[in-house]
Design a protein around this ligand. Structure first.
Ligand code: ADP
Length: 163
């Protein structure tokens, strides 16, 4: 049984993340999407909201589950009995930092290997940061995120603007 952990901030989940989740779920037995309880960055969505949006949008994948975690990803993977880490590569610019993270993780725990999925071309430009930026101006993000997430983005930014 091959279990993989797919870690990230998912603030919020986008079609780019879902593409990676779907493809990973076809090659391993179980994917645990691990949402980082992030103390350094100030996320737009709370950990509960991020987990909830991921659970809603991955509910049709029987071998995908969503958890939150704190601390080192390798420790979380070990606790979950996973020996594969999944990451997505969008552009060459992702490569350097992703390689550094993968090598650090492998040296922290040599039993863990990182599996990279290159993004599908239509999502190569997509990031949670871009989505938040576009949504903050009230523009249409329906091509970037599922309807559940779009709704929450609208609510969040109308709360913020006091509407
Ligand atoms: P982090 O804060 O760790 O960068 P993200 O939530 O932004 O977390 O992303 C988690 C993972 O998903 C990273 O490996 C990132 O490269 C990948 N990813 C994000 N957006 C896309 C996309 N559009 N296509 C493919 N992979 C993506």
């Amino acid at each position: 049984m091959v279990r993989a952990v797919y870690p990230g901030s998912f603030d919020p989940v986008t079609y780019g993340h879902l593409d990676i989740i779907e493809r990973a779920s076809r090659v391993v037995d179980e994917v645990i999407v691990a949402v980082l309880v992030n103390s350094s960055k100030k996320p737009l969505f709370s950990i509960e909201e991020r987990v909830c949006m991921l659970r809603e949008t991955t509910r049709y994948f029987p071998n995908v589950r969503v958890e939150n975690f704190q601390g080192l990803t390798v420790d979380f993977a070990k606790k979950m009995g996973a020996r594969v880490m999944v990451r997505g590569l969008r552009a060459v610019s992702d490569f350097e930092s992703e390689m550094q993270i993968a090598q650090t993780n492998h040296s922290l725990n040599p039993e863990i290997d990182t599996m990279f999925f290159t993004t599908s071309l239509e999502y190569a430009f997509l990031s949670s940061t871009i989505v938040r930026e576009v949504a903050s101006y009230g523009s249409d993000v329906s091509g970037f995120v599922p309807p559940e997430v779009e709704k929450r983005l609208k609510e969040k930014y109308s709360e913020k603007s006091g509407l």
